[in-house]
Write a protein of this length. Structure first.
Length: 386
C-alpha cells in the first residue's frame, strides 16, 4: 500500500516516547490553563508579559476590525497593505531605531524568507547550532553555503570567518551573515549580542538575530537585543510576549526593497489581519511603558533559582525561560505527569526539538505569576525530581 510511512513513522515516535498529540485548551492566561475541565498553573506559556486578554489590546482589536476589517483581503503588494500595517511598521522602526520594517504572517515564514533572501549563491551563512528550525530549514533551502557553529561559541565562529576570508578570492563578492537568537528558545540563555555585533562589523558580515524570545522581555523598553547593540536585521514574532500573531523584520532600506521585490513569502501571502496589526500596535505601546512586567519576570526567576534544590540543574539566565534538563524522554514524561497530578502544566521538551538525551522541563515564568505560584512550583519540582 502507498504511503505506509505515514503510520509507520508515527508508530516509531510512540516506540521511542516522542509521540506528540495536541491538547485542546478551554481557557488560558499567563497564569492558568484549563484543559479537560481541569485548571492547572501554567508554566508553559509564551505570553511572557501576561498581555493576552489585556483590555486595551482587546479594545484596539475591536476598533481595528471596525476601521480596517478583520482581513487584509489581499497580499501587501496588491491591496492588502493598509494604514494599520503602515502605522505598526512605523512604531516598530521607532522602537528599535531601524529605518525599515516589514510584517510577515509568522515568525517561521519571516525566518524562512530572510534566510532565502540573504542566502544568495554568493553568500555564506553561519548559524548557531541551536538556531530555530525555521532558520535551519530556510538556510538549507537557500543557495548559500551554510556552516553551523557550536552554541554560543564565538571563538569557533571567528575561526570560520577568518578561514573564509583567506580562502575567498579577492575579486569574489563575500556576503557573510551571522545568524543567532537573542534568547534561545529551549535553553533560555542569551547570545553575546554585543560581541556578535562587533565581530560582524570586523568581518563586514551582517548580523541577523531572531528575537522571538527577547522582544518585550529584554531592554528597558522591551526592545530585545536591539537594546544591547546595533543589529543589522532583527526578526521577532508577535505570538509570544507581544500577545498577538504574525511577525516583523526590521532592517535597512536596501534589504526591505529587496524583500518587497523578491521575497516569495512576502509577495505571495495575504498581509496579516489589519485588526490584529492595530492590536499589535497597542501591545507594543504598553510594552514600552509597563516596566513592572519585565521587573516581575526577573524577580520571580530569581526566586525560582533560590527555591530549587541545589542538586537540580537549572540553566541560569535573565529571560523568562528556565530549562531543567532531565535526560531521557521516558523520565522527563514521567516527571511532567507527576507535576500535572499536582496541578502544574509543564510540557516535556524532547528530541528532535532538543538534542538527544537532553529532554527537559521548559519552565516559563510570566508577569502574570505570583510569588506563591513559584514557591509551589519549586516545592513540587524538588519533590518530584529526586
Ligand atoms: C526562536 C523562534 N523563532 C521563530 C519562531 C516562529 O515564530 P511563529 O510562531 O510566529 O511562527 C519561534 C516559535 O514559535 C521561535 O521559538
Amino acid at each position: 500500500m502507498a504511503f505506509n510511512f505515514l503510520t509507520a513513522d508515527v508508530e516509531q515516535q510512540k516506540q521511542c516516547a516522542r509521540y506528540r498529540a495536541r491538547q485542546c485548551v478551554a481557557e488560558q492566561n499567563g497564569r492558568y490553563v484549563k484543559i479537560n475541565d481541569k485548571s492547572y498553573l501554567n508554566f508553559s506559556s509564551n505570553d511572557y508579559l501576561g498581555l493576552n486578554h489585556h483590555r486595551e489590546i482587546n479594545q484596539a482589536l475591536s476598533v481595528g476590525a471596525e476601521r480596517f476589517g478583520t482581513c487584509a483581503s489581499g497580499s501587501s503588494l496588491i491591496t492588502g497593505y493598509s494604514y494599520a500595517h503602515q502605522a505598526l511598521e512605523h512604531d516598530i522602526c521607532d522602537w528599535l531605531n531601524k529605518p525599515k520594517c516589514l510584517l510577515f504572517a509568522s515568525g517561521f515564514s519571516a525566518n524562512s524568507a530572510l534566510m532565502q533572501a540573504l542566502g544568495h549563491e554568493s553568500s555564506q551563512l553561519y548559524l548557531d547550532k541551536l538556531s530555530h528550525a525555521s532558520l535551519i530549514d530556510g538556510a538549507r533551502s537557500s543557495a548559500a553555503k551554510v556552516k553551523r557553529f557550536l552554541h554560543n561559541d564565538i571563538e569557533q565562529l571567528q575561526r570560520f570567518l577568518a578561514k573564509n576570508q583567506q580562502t575567498e578570492n579577492q575579486d569574489n563578492e563575500l556576503n557573510q551573515v551571522i545568524v543567532s537568537e537573542g534568547v534561545f528558545s529551549m535553553d533560555g540563555d542569551q547570545a553575546d549580542v554585543a560581541n556578535l555585533a562587533k565581530i560582524a562589523q570586523q568581518h563586514q558580515a551582517l548580523l541577523y538575530l531572531d528575537d522571538a524570545h527577547s522582544i518585550g522581555v529584554i531592554g528597558n523598553k522591551g526592545q530585545g537585543s536591539s537594546s544591547l547593540a546595533d543589529i543589522d536585521v532583527v526578526m521577532a514574532t508577535f505570538g509570544k510576549s507581544i500577545a498577538t500573531s504574525g511577525a516583523f523584520v526590521a532592517c535597512d532600506n536596501n534589504l526591505a526593497e529587496y524583500l518587497i521585490n523578491f521575497s516569495r513569502h512576502y509577495i505571495y501571502s495575504t498581509a496579516i489581519s489589519p485588526a490584529l496589526a492595530w492590536a499589535t500596535k497597542k501591545s507594543i505601546e504598553i510594552i514600552q511603558t509597563e516596566h513592572w512586567r519585565r521587573e516581575k519576570i526577573i524577580e520571580l526567576s530569581k526566586l525560582l533559582t533560590e527555591k530549587l534544590d541545589k542538586k537540580i540543574k537549572l540553566i541560569e539566565n535573565s529571560s523568562s525561560i528556565h530549562a531543567i534538563v532531565i535526560g531521557d524522554e521516558i523520565t522527563t514524561l514521567d516527571v511532567c505527569q507527576q507535576l500535572r497530578n499536582k496541578g502544574i502544566w509543564l510540557s516535556a521538551i524532547r528530541p528532535p526539538t532538543v538534542p538527544q538525551n537532553s529532554s527537559r522541563l521548559r519552565v516559563t515564568i510570566t508577569a502574570s505569576h505570583e510569588v506563591k505560584d513559584i514557591n509551589y512550583l519549586a516545592n513540587c519540582i524538588n519533590e518530584v525530581i529526586q
